[in-house]
Design a protein around this ligand. Structure first.
Ligand code: HEM
Length: 426
């Protein structure tokens, strides 16, 4: 596999979607998200070829599934479509050999998920609510007033990083390492069109492994010494029959740690940024929200749909499958483009419109469907709800003052920069 990502067309410039022959339309090009030009490409596939085969791309041959209902079908059928060996479009380079339950099929998937999912059980979430609120308040109260700053760094990254440190009981003062490791894990050019190098990733994974092995042993020692254990993830893994010896299976251990770090990082981070951006693009919706803040929980679902922080998940067909008149062959790579399904006008009315009071707002694809449906979805919604409750108490407006900068990837749909000025309430 070529390490350098080839552009999809001969020229370096992205052509308008309408100018590209359908059979060579390549929606895996990571520049589509970076330049925010993706909507027209996916609309064309939805309308003209919803189950689309591209025989050649920097990520190999793949099928694109772009309509809401077809995506739901693929995602709900783990027997027809396998999540192994990886769930992103690109194949695994040699240095990424981690095992994680998002990329396992039942029954192994179910055992491992069961072991950790109580960390986000309703009781645990209720206990976390006060802590999240305190952290949100301290971040918001520390924001500069009257000058522009990058919302991505100061709020989106900071808040999600603090939450991750809490979930793992990771040393709080070292929490920024978690963000860095997560960024490294998702930015391989071969897998998602990202920009990290093999050396950077190896170094990061090595550091991450060492830190978590250390944390595991520290916590085990504290437990033996009789210290009362909280409901953090490491503790849950240590106290579960299926996973209590996971430390002896280092690849699986590190893989699941990385999964939980990535799961709770980019996704929530980019929803936090996406909400601010959406309200600025649709100021009448911001007015509606100011007039009625009880819309916040509904708006949170709408933000998650509109943003779609993970653009795709990939599967491999276990057998020949007929879908929308096409035959997907056993062994073919199938990519479910959530970002497209969430803009499918056949299922969602005015899908490009951000609407804080949208009916049935939770009916979106951003958390997936079926056995792999996002484990942290309630936690993510809670974080966003609390954030917006506290924002609306303090600020009349968070004003976006420059064009946002987006990440180059075909997997993480997000922002690297969102310059804002905050306007406190009078
Ligand atoms: C807005 C925020 C989030 C979004 C959009 C999101 C999205 C997703 C998606 C699309 C999947 C795969 C679903 C599928 O294949 O059908 C997933 C799985 C997962 N997510 Fe999230 N996620 C978010 C927040 C979180 C948080 C906060 C956590 C932390 C606990 C988390 C942990 C996981 C885990 C562990 C899985 C794997 C589940 C499995 O394979 O059974 N996610 N998420």
């Amino acid at each position: 596999m070529n390490v350098m990502l080839k552009p999809s067309s001969a020229s370096e410039v992205l052509l308008p979607a309408a100018d590209i022959p359908l059979e060579s339309l390549d929606v895996s090009d990571p520049r589509l998200l970076e330049t925010n030009t993706w909507p027209a490409y996916f609309k064309r596939l939805r309308d003209e070829d919803p189950v689309h085969y591209l025989p050649d791309s920097p990520f190999g041959a793949f099928w694109s599934i772009t309509r809401f209902e077809d995506i739901q079908f693929v995602d709900s059928n783990f027997k027809l479509f396998s999540s192994e060996p990886v769930i992103v479009i690109g194949d695994r380079p040699d240095d990424m050999f981690l095992e994680m339950f998002i990329a396992m099929d039942p029954p192994k998937h179910d055992e491992q998920r069961r072991a950790v999912q109580s960390v986000v059980a309703p009781k645990n979430l209720a206990e976390m609510e006060d802590l999240i609120r305190q952290r949100v308040i301290s971040i918001l109260d520390g924001l500069p007033v009257g000058e522009s700053f990058n919302w991505v760094d100061k709020v989106s990254i900071e808040l999600t990083t603090q939450m991750l440190a809490t979930l793992f009981d990771f040393p709080f003062e070292q929490r920024h390492k978690l963000t860095y490791w997560s960024d490294m894990a998702t930015s391989s050019p071969e897998m998602t069109g990202g920009t990290s190098t093999k050396e950077e990733r190896e170094e990061a994974m090595d550091q991450c492994a060492k830190a978590f092995v250390q944390l595991w042993h520290d916590k085990a020692a504290r437990r033996e010494a009789g210290e009362e254990q909280g409901f953090d993830l490491i503790n849950l893994l240590q106290s579960n029959e299926d996973t209590k010896d996971m430390i002896e299976r280092p690849l699986e251990f590190l893989g699941n740690i990385i999964l939980l770090i990535v799961g709770g990082n980019d996704t929530t981070r980019n929803s936090i940024s996406g909400g601010v951006h959406a309200l600025n693009q649709f100021p009448e919706q911001y007015d509606k929200l100011r007039a009625d803040t009880s819309l916040i929980p509904n708006m949170v679902s709408e933000i998650i749909r509109w943003q779609t922080p993970l653009a795709h998940m990939r599967r491999v067909a276990n057998e020949d499958v007929e879908l929308n008149g096409k035959t997907i062959k056993k062994g073919d790579k199938v990519v479910m483009w959530y970002l497209s399904g969430n803009r499918d006008e056949r299922v969602i009315e005015n899908p490009d419109q951000f609407q804080v009071d949208r009916k049935n707002a939770r009916h979106h694809l951003s958390f997936g469907f079926g056995v792999h449906r996002c484990m942290g979805n309630r936690l993510a919604e809670m974080q966003l709800r609390i954030l917006w409750e506290e924002i609306m108490q303090r600020f009349d407006r968070i004003e976006v003052v420059d064009e946002p900068q987006y990440i180059r990837s075909n997997f993480v749909k997000g922002y690297s920069e969102l310059q804002v000025v905050v306007h406190p309430k009078k």
